[in-house]
Design a protein around this ligand. Structure first.
Ligand code: SAM
Length: 154
């Protein structure tokens, strides 16, 4: 969020985070000079979300959770979103039969350390969206290991 707000001076950000983590987020956004354009309502993504925004980003979160939990998180986002809002999932994507060493090493480490954490394919994200009233809109590859998977409410 800091990087986005630094680049786009007309944008504002809302950080939905666990209350015990919010202060760290606030310090970071202060240090990056964008704190004045941010709100910190607090919240947990397994509970209904009261925040409103046009572009929703979930960065490096869904890879931590099994499918049922991802569906719960996405459903809470979907229920707070308006029809014109967009959801951007920022994750490393796995591609069947085409292993990317940058992604595979992280995937293996997550499996070893956390068991249920894992990177997913576009089709797997698409299926999670479908089950929660969202639809895959497009996939943006970046120069790095991360991709942006865009979804819209249906
Ligand atoms: C892997 S970190 C990703 C942080 C950041 N979005 C990024 O891209 O660097 C996962 C984040 O999920 C947050 N988180 C974990 N459980 C949560 C919950 N129940 N509600 C809201 N946030 C939660 C953690 O506090 C942490 O900031």
């Amino acid at each position: 969020m800091a990087a986005i707000l630094e680049k786009h001076q007309d944008m504002r950000g809302i950080l939905v985070e666990q209350p015990e983590v919010l202060l760290d987020g606030e310090h970071l956004l202060s240090a990056r000079g964008v704190r004045d354009r941010c709100q910190f309502p607090g919240g947990r993504f397994f509970h209904p979300i009261s925040a409103k925004g046009e572009v929703w980003t979930i960065s490096q979160v869904l890879h931590d959770w099994p499918d049922a939990d991802c569906r719960a998180i996405l459903l809470n986002c979907k229920e707070a979103m308006r029809d014109t809002d967009r959801l951007l999932v920022m994750e490393m994507l796995t591609v069947p039969c085409k292993p990317d060493p940058r992604v595979s090493i992280i995937d293996m480490m997550m499996l070893l350390y956390f068991g249920k954490a894992r990177q997913r394919t576009v089709d797997e994200y698409s299926e999670l969206f479908r089950a929660t009233g969202l639809a895959l809109a497009r996939v943006l590859r970046t120069a790095g290991a991360f991709s942006i998977v865009e979804a819209r409410p249906v």
